[in-house]
Design a binder for this molecule. Structure first.
Ligand SMILES: N[C@@H](CCC(=O)N[C@@H](CS)C(=O)NCC(=O)O)C(=O)O
Length: 214
């Protein structure tokens, strides 16, 4: 069985899977997408043409949430899911809220990095949307090292890299302390790095982004 992850350390969706791989003690190497993102070679392997994607003996699975579920099914131990069905719904919810209402909401900011061409209305609307998304998380995240309080789960794999992006990029647009209105999110963010798989992965993201910004 040969598994390979196509991705990169600047990608929060890739790092969600990398954190899961590390937390489960798996040995799955990560490489750049063959031929590069948006190449014909990669599009042939992965028509979605995004990272991450998991190559399982030649079958390529895109979408970080789908990859996460696949890895849980293929490698059930240690489980990063919860046996209580209502709590497991919370695991999925935290991951989904992070994806949809924080990370996806933040995307317009990446076209506004240059202050000389910045559109103030886009920035204001985007910061408003992300702040609202962080407010959704506030209702569900525990003020602990683990989003669902008791145990490290897929919720942490998803939320940590996305909060990292919010923490790093919102201040560049004037939102100096984006988690301040949210005590649960703030306390969670302060502690989530206590899990070594998270600390190592966030450090790699930091280094990758530093290298990119020169
Ligand atoms: N919903 C996808 C999002 C993946 C995604 O947006 N990846 C970014 C990098 S973080 C990407 O490949 N962007 C290239 C593009 O959209 O063209 C997932 O969860 O895997």
């Amino acid at each position: 069985m040969a598994l390979k992850l196509y991705g990169g350390a600047i990608s929060p969706f890739t790092m969600r899977v990398v954190i899961q791989i590390r937390a489960k003690g798996l040995d799955i190497p990560m490489t750049d997408p063959p031929g590069g993102l948006h190449s014909e070679t990669y599009r042939t392997l992965n028509p979605v043409d995004k990272i991450p994607a998991l190559d399982v003996d030649g079958t390529v699975i895109p979408e970080s949430a789908v990859i996460a579920d696949f890895l849980e099914q293929r490698f059930p131990e240690p489980a990063l899911t919860l046996s209580d069905d209502v709590m497991q719904a919370r695991v999925g919810l935290i991951a989904r809220l992070s994806d949809l209402y924080v990370m996806n909401a933040m995307l317009p900011l990446f076209g506004q990095l240059d202050p000389s061409t910045r559109d103030a209305a886009i920035v204001e609307n985007t910061i408003g949307a992300v702040t609202k998304g962080l407010g959704f998380l506030e209702s569900y995240v525990a003020p602990k090292a683990y989003a669902t309080a008791d145990r490290f789960t897929l919720a942490d794999c998803a939320a940590a890299p996305i909060l990292f992006y919010a923490d790093r990029f919102l201040p560049l647009f004037g939102a100096t302390d984006p988690f301040a209105p949210y005590p649960n999110v703030s306390a969670y963010w302060a502690q989530v790095g206590e899990t070594s798989a998270v600390a190592q992965s966030l450090e790699e993201m930091r280094q990758a982004l530093d290298a990119l910004s020169g």
